[in-house]
Each structure stands twice: as C-alpha cells, then as structure tokens.
Design a protein around this ligand. Structure first.
Ligand code: NAP
Length: 253
C-alpha cells in the first residue's frame, strides 16, 4: 500500500524531506502561496491556506492522508497549531521538523524580544543604522520608528515600501555566508541587526558577522509550538517516516 503524506512546507528542509520521501510514498507539499516565485520543489505542490484547522482537517479526510508532517518555519506558529489540531480531529499521525535555534556564544551581543514591535522599541529613540533581516510581513512594524536608517533584505519585494524616509531594499534568497554578511554590514555601516532565531546554517552568517564586528543583534524569540513527535534534522525525521511507511515486519526486523 502506498502511503499518502502531506508535508506542510515553505522551508528548504521541507523541500529536501519531500525529495527524500518521494520514492517511498505519495508525497504532496503544501505552500502558503505567498512567495511570488518559489523554487522548484520536486514533488506535487498545492498552494494556499486551507481555511484554519477545520479546513486542513477536511483536506486530510478528502485526500486520505495517512501522515501529516509539519516542516514549516519555526516562526510559522499559526499553521503549526492548526496542523496539530487538525491531526487530532481526524486521527491522522503527525510528525514535525523542529530545527533547533542558535545558542548565544561568547562575544554575541543579543537583546532578546518577543515580537517585531518589541524589537522596534529595543532600537531606542536615537537614529541608528539598522539591518532588518525579516520577512516582509514583519518589517511593517518599523514604520513606528521612522528616525532610523533601514537596510531591508527580503525574498519578495516589500510592497508597498515602508513609510519611512531612509530605507534601502535588497532582494535576495539565502544561504548567506559570514564573509558576505560582514561585507554587507560594513558597506552599509550597520550598527544593529534585527533577526529571528531561525536556526540553521543558511541564516547564521549575519549572526556570526555581527559578533565579529561587535554589533548588537535584537533577536526576536521563537514562538511556542505544539508538542508533537519531532526531529531536528531532515535525516532524523526521514528515518521516523521510514519506520512509519515500512513497519519492522516488512523490513525483516
Ligand atoms: P503562519 O502565520 O503560521 O500561517 C498563517 C496562515 O497561512 C495559516 O493559518 C494558513 O492559512 C497559511 N499557511 C501557512 N503555511 C502554510 C502552508 N505550508 N500550506 C498552506 N497554508 C499555509 O505562517 P507564516 O509565518 O505566514 O508563514 C507562511 C509560510 O512561509 C509557511 O509555510 C512557512 O513555513 C514559510 N516561512 C515562514 C517564515 C517566517 O518567518 N514566518 C520564514 C520562511 C518561510 P489557513 O489557516 O487558511 O490554512
């Protein structure tokens, strides 16, 4: 019997996981549909919201999904909550890919905050040169402090641009290496970086670069996520899925 797996994605790891599982099961990858030109995913893709936990539960039933995998970004708290709830409603097993965040190391100058609005407050009243390495949904909060110079890097254009007098926009998709990040911070004379603690190598470059340059990082803490069986890496999660799709007896164990 071919198992039917739905992966909630939008991350590099979700795409890698889908590729790994594609020859063992029928895999569909789900994207929120917000990125204008997502990279090719290599498996069938569905796009757009489901309509909350109820909508996702209805989709799981209709498509006869046997296993739900939450491989969304660690800050995508709503879809992760919906996934846990929908899986419970339908009685479908759920696994999650939960990559760990970066740990503070010697030399880091982190100011921890809970939300983008708290990050705005943490910048203080005096004008600063700020690198916003955040999604376009999060940068809107910074209109509340128009006195700063902003360097804003995002995958999709920030549209409309921020209502602030001094902002420079960069369109780029990671991974970003430390040396490149250091050059960027230097070139724009940045004195504070605002970042999420996404974890993973692709986004760590700017954190390491800030440490080397002695620059403060205003770090937005991770949101709480539902407690479901999880793994930290694509390989470890794939191993859990193999156990699910090929029970021990079938593997001759
Ligand atoms: P979110 O706040 O948790 O989700 C908001 C709504 O978007 C969800 O309720 C759901 O709508 C829809 N949605 C989110 N992910 C979906 C998916 N994979 N497939 C179908 N619908 C999805 O999430 P977000 O922060 O807006 O992130 C959206 C997507 O971008 C996620 O897939 C995430 O992995 C990716 N991403 C997020 C970040 C980040 O920093 N947040 C960074 C990189 C990538 P319905 O309730 O209508 O189902």
């Amino acid at each position: 019997m071919t198992h039917r797996i739905l992966i909630l994605g939008g991350t590099t790891e979700a795409r890698q996981l889908a590729g790994k599982l594609a020859d063992r099961a029928s895999v569909t990858l789900s994207l929120a549909g917000r990125t204008e030109s997502p990279v090719a995913q290599g498996v069938p893709v569905r796009s757009g919201g489901f309509g909350g936990a109820d909508g996702l539960a209805a989709y799981l039933r209709k498509e006869h999904i046997d296993l739900l995998i939450d491989a969304t970004h660690p800050y995508a708290a709503q879809i992760s909550a919906n996934a846990a709830q929908a899986a419970r409603m339908v009685g479908v097993p759920i696994l999650a890919l939960r990559r760990s965040g970066s740990e503070l190391v010697e030399g880091d100058r982190w100011t921890l905050v809970d939300t983008p609005s708290d990050a705005v407050q943490a910048l203080g009243p005096a004008p600063r040169r700020v690198f916003l390495a955040l999604g376009r949904q999060e940068v809107a909060a910074f209109e509340a402090s128009p006195q700063h110079h902003y360097l804003i890097r995002s995958v999709d254009r920030v549209e409309p641009p921020l209502a602030v007098p001094d902002a420079v926009y960069l369109l780029a998709r990671g991974p970003f290496r430390e040396a490149e990040e250091r050059a960027l911070l230097d070139e724009h004379r940045i004195d504070v970086v605002v970042s999420k603690n996404s974890g993973g190598e692709a986004t760590y470059g700017k954190i390491a670069a800030a440490r080397t340059l002695g620059i403060e990082v205003v770090m937005i803490r991770r949101p709480d996520l539902p407690d479901v069986p999880s793994a930290e890496t694509v390989e470890a999660l794939a191993a859990m899925v193999y156990h699910f799709v090929e029970p021990a007896a079938d593997r001759g164990v």
